[in-house]
Design a binder for this molecule. Sequence first.
Ligand code: NAD
Ligand code: UFG
Length: 337
Amino acid sequence: MQNILVTGGTGFIGSHTCAELLKSGYNVVIMDNLSNSKKAVCDRIEKITGKSVKFYEADICDYDATCQIFSENKIDAVIHFAGLKAVGESVQKPIEYYSNNITGTLVLLKVMREYNCKKIVFSSSATVYGMNNKAPYTEDMPTSATNPYGYTKVIIEQILRDICVSDETFGAVALRYFNPIGADKSGLIGENPNGIPNNLVPYIAQVAQGKLKELRVFGDDYDTPDGTGVRDYIHVSDLAAGHVCALKYSENNDGFEAVNLGTGNGSSVLEVVSAYEKACGKEIPKKITQRRAGDIDTSFANAEKAKKLFGWEAKLTLDDMCLDSWNFTKLNPNGIE
Ligand code: NAD
Ligand code: UFG
């Protein structure tokens, strides 16, 4: 049975992917420094799957700790989620973002080379499409960024491309996620942000709970059907399944591939609010405010490449995403503690 190292495996997307890996018959070793997640997530993954995970509280920037994991486990492939991800914070703390995300990835890649581990699936982001491309985004479009977080994704993709050129037996898949939301059907794992959420659905969830007064809709004068921003929301469980497909693909293919994971459809802020209201049976108070700096009007994927290479496509609807988000929120009113 193959052993997969999942960095950032107790985080939002990582935890759902660990559950999916276990269900698909892989052994899972999680490495997480718990900077944005809780160890209790491991128990919940075990409860969902009836299988055990091995957990290391360790930092990907720590070379010795990373070597220890590879020496104690024969790691066949890595799924690399660990990273800092808040766009606004990255502008305030560029050194922390470059050092955690880029130095951490370089340490991980160096240790992988030392232990002859040649397969990696990396969490990239639709943010690499920048401000100058027009949706639907295809993987061959030029990449760029507007903030340090986005640059870390652009740079890490380039690092992976360069490694694949230097070693033709190395395989790397960079998955460009669109907007992951929702939670596992069980309600045991989900998104657990610290403080006031920046992202739309976690914010709406806290308004529905009564923790926040109202949603601020950032602009209704975009060039979109109802004037509010359009994004490609994807259920985190569909996204998790996409990682297992990418891993299977990389078992038989070397070289670098960047692949979108999205549904191929966009929804506006107001459409998400309506779907959430239906899911929770309450009205979500909202007011229109000015645009948020750095936001674009429309982002959605061309999802054909994932279908062609992996045979994967998203199945769950926006209603499923909102129902599962609300189910998780109700069952865990203070997140996972
Ligand atoms: P998350 O914060 O829930 O998970 C990331 C995990 O990595 C956390 O558990 C954190 O404790 C851990 N971590 C951070 N730095 C670490 C380090 N140096 N060493 C070890 N562990 C470390 O975030 P998520 O939403 O699950 O995102 C996972 C990945 O997907 C990130 O790389 C993120 O940039 C990327 N991504 C997320 C989104 C999104 O909207 N959620 C969109 C596109 C890309
Ligand atoms: N929005 C609001 N009010 C809020 C929060 C968001 O109106 O309180 C709007 C935004 O203006 C945007 C939409 O809801 O139109 C979605 O915003 P999110 O912050 O949820 O998501 P973004 O598309 O801005 O960004 C997300 C991730 C980034 C990633 C990007 C592209 O947070 O890390 O998708 O993948 F880079």
